[in-house]
Design a protein around this ligand. Sequence first.
Ligand code: ADP
Ligand code: ASP
Ligand code: MG
Length: 404
Amino acid sequence: MALVIQKFGGSSIADAERLKKASRRAVEEFNAGNQVVVVVSAMGDRTDELVELARRLNPEPAPREMDMLLSVGEQTSIALMAIAIHSMGFKAVSLTGSQAGIRTDGVASKARINEIDATRVFRELEKGQIVIVAGFQGVDSDDNITTLGRGGSDTTAVALAAALKAERCDIFTDVDGIYSADPRLVPEARRIERIDYDEMLELASLGAQVMQSRAAEIAKRFSVPFRVRPGGNNSEGTLVTNTEQLEQVDVRGAALEMNEAKVTIRDVPDIPGAASKIFSAIAKEHVSVDVIVQNISAKGITDLSFTLLQDDLPAARRASEAVIEELGCGELEVEDSIAKVSIVGVGMKNHTGVAESMFSALAENGVNIKMISTSEIKISVVIDADQGQIALRAVHEAFELGSA
Ligand code: ADP
Ligand code: ASP
Ligand code: MG
């Protein structure tokens, strides 16, 4: 008997009809003789609606209360799915993150899973139940409900697959799999049959909303192959797995991130420890900084620019104010209409000329580059937000990602 994890994203359970369809998929797996654990997100845009509601009451709601609020979305889904499965004549039980033993650290709104105590889940499976677990949530050591960051149900599914040693993990979503770029932005984008964990991790971290990057990270660490599949048909989707199973290409995909902002701190003293003080203060607020550029210093001072998620701006500003004053830096300037376009591929590390082709494609389309950041398997450029889509399409075409 195999243990199978199925994860359904918000769009795959957006209304009663779709929720029923997802429930039928779970029942089919069960009828095929498998043990089934289902992970569900909040229905449709429920999480966005709850965020909006809170912001109308307070522009900076406390992260702990946001966790309490948002976890309700997933809790609605688990109960409704159990109710739907019962109506089909099968046994099912819904479990919150806490009941499913998902223990996290205490960083509200971006908690990380520390461990999963699967005792309860196994007990329910042994009773012949289809087990339905609320995605995106866990519990910290003080019994606070925590959430794992937007898109966190992917991480719940993959982490459960690792903890339960599942045979299969299917992530059902509203696209046919992982594409060479977001098909909503690039109509020519092509479905990728197999993708490497590292490529998936990079694409997800660089703005491909289809998967939470943490899910790819856990999948790699515990060698959990998983499939991203369409909720609406029986296509096999995309297999996310290790490199040995893949044909190597220079560029596997491209991604666009629109939710970043660029911060510049003027007149930073060019002394040892200045950058360290600024970034330690920001890190203490659990803010991740992305691309960093420090200019050549002139007259003992320099400008320091970095990008981060727009949502993290208030915390980063708060964190850096005291250090800026202590170091005697100049103004802190924010540009919030920026975008980041990236290309990703494990084959890139063995080839030259990839960056040159990317920059030429951008130049030919009149896109001005503000910052550049590279690693072995990715190249990212920071540009004006209004050129984001043009830039994404330009690089997608330059590397012929749309052709078979
Ligand atoms: P779910 O609700 O199932 O978690 P999401 O909305 O989080 O689904 O993710 C699916 C969406 O991700 C797709 O509708 C698609 O527009 C977007 N997306 C972004 N980049 C990609 C990509 N490279 N491949 C597939 N989909 C992508
Ligand atoms: N409901 C959460 C979100 O919208 C988690 C998820 O869907 O994965 O981000
Ligand atoms: Mg998602």
